[in-house]
Design a binder for this molecule. Structure first.
Ligand code: RFL
Ligand code: PHB
Length: 389
């Protein structure tokens, strides 16, 4: 098989790129290691920046998102019983949208189906060959048979554990990493959200987040120990802990119910440089990971796709390689700022095992500064709604 672009990974990054390219007459194939149902069963991000929303519109897959997504013009930050709002609309003129990654991915799969796009599931042993030449190709196995795809470019959209990043030789690749000494235990429950905005709560017992998917679907998280497993937490234990970490006025209003999903995610900051090697381009989690505190994981994946898509358009439509040549530099400039915001927001609201009384005072002073200072709130809001592409 020959395609202009071979995309490895059928998560949101790979599907979005494939759909955007299709609309511009550039053909691609998507190779996914798992099944479609498996990809759609993963509960992940919930917040879309306007940049991501606009890419969904450009990809022609925004109809359901525009109908069912919820616009959020602000968020609540709490520490103990102290709480304050950050008004994105007043501070930046912008907002974010609540629309789950599961829905984004489903809409993209439906669009690829409708357009007759090729997505190959259960692709095993995906291997990228000759990425540093003008004639790269990718091999993979399905049902015991090896196949080969020749292409102009390979887009590595295969997440943190994928094969694309590891294809770049170690003497070219530089990795930066911070692993946090805690995780997030998340549950999904068919209950009305406790508040109409998200609540990011620091407390003496650790961090908690109240989020949502719709009027009767709530997503809640509590910071937990890395040695915990979801089975250690009964639903009652989760709700009790959440109540203790959010301001009393919200705890009193919390409506609880059985969890329909419960999982633990470790927290990590990670960036690999460069994001391009020859004709291989890394996008999304394949190149970088953020702790979820700033809601930037999916949104940084989207900005990568924007830069790569623009670069490929320039290459195919104008015969100019400037966009793809500068892909890594442009993507990384934005990524590092999102890394900084996610790291700083994690530090602001989580309890670390080794925090001294001085560290705790600094953390409280940081929250108080954000509460009282207009410039600090503006900077927070600008980062949260998303820095410009
Ligand atoms: P994905 O979504 O991981 O998709 C990569 C796809 O590649 C496939 N794959 C391969 N395919 C072929 N061959 C191989 N060798 C392959 N190896 C892997 C995988 O099966 C998968 O389908 O990466 P993508 O598209 O870059 O999208 C990034 C986002 O998914 C990610 O940034 C966010 O979900 C991160 N994230 C969260 N972000 C938020 O903004 N808010 C959240 O609440 C949030 N929760 C999460 C998360 C990430 C998690 N991970 C990675 C464990 C919770 C979790 C548990
Ligand atoms: C979510 O709804 O899953 C979510 C929202 C905001 C975050 C992280 C996760 O910062």
């Amino acid at each position: 098989m020959r395609r202009q672009v071979c995309i490895i990974g059928g998560g949101p990054s790979g599907l979005l790129l494939s759909q955007l390219l299709h609309r511009q007459g550039i053909d691609s194939v998507v190779l996914e290691r798992k099944t479609r149902d498996y990809v759609l069963s993963r509960i992940r991000a919930g917040i879309l920046e306007t940049g991501m929303v606009n890419l969904m519109r450009e990809a022609g897959v925004s109809e359901r998102m525009d109908r069912e997504g919820y616009i959020h013009e602000g968020t609540v930050i709490a520490h103990g019983d102290d709480r304050f709002g950050i008004n994105f609309k007043d501070l930046t003129g912008d907002h974010v949208m609540i629309y789950g990654q599961t829905e984004v991915t489903r809409d993209l799969y439906d669009a690829r189906d409708a357009a007759g796009g090729t997505v190959i599931f259960n692709a095993e042993g995906v291997t990228i060959h000759d990425a540093d030449s003008d004639a790269p190709y990718v091999t993979y196995i399905t049902e015991g048979t090896e196949h080969r795809i020749d292409c102009d470019f390979v887009a590595g959209c295969d997440g943190f554990h994928g094969v694309s990043r590891r294809t770049i030789p170690l003497d070219v690749r530089r990795e930066y990493e911070k692993v946090y000494p805690f995780g997030w235990l998340g549950i999904l429950s068919e209950t009305p959200p406790v508040h109409d905005e998200l609540i990011y709560a620091g407390s003496d017992r650790g961090f908690a987040l109240c989020s949502m998917r719709n009027d009767n679907l709530s997503r809640y998280y509590v910071q937990c120990s890395l040695s915990d497993s979801p089975e250690d937490w009964t639903d009652d234990a989760f709700w009790d802990e959440l109540r203790k970490r959010i301001p009393q006025e919200f705890a009193d209003q919390l409506i609880t119910g059985p969890s329909i999903e419960k999982s633990i995610a470790p927290l990590r900051s990670f960036v690999t440089e460069p994001m391009r090697w020859g004709r291989l381009f890394l996008c999304g989690d394949a190149a970088h990971i953020v702790p979820p505190t700033g809601a930037k994981g999916l949104n940084t994946a989207a900005s990568d796709i924007h830069y790569l898509y623009q670069g490929l358009l320039q290459f195919y439509h104008e015969g100019d390689s400037e966009g793809i040549d500068r892909y890594s530099e442009k993507a990384l400039a934005r990524i590092w700022k999102a890394e900084r915001f996610s790291w700083a927001t994690t530090n602001l609201l989580h309890r670390y095992p080794d925090q001294s009384p001085f560290d705790l005072k600094m953390q409280k002073a940081d929250v108080a500064f954000l509460r009282d200072n207009h410039a600090a709130q503006t900077a927070f809001a600008q980062n949260y709604v998303g820095l410009p592409y």
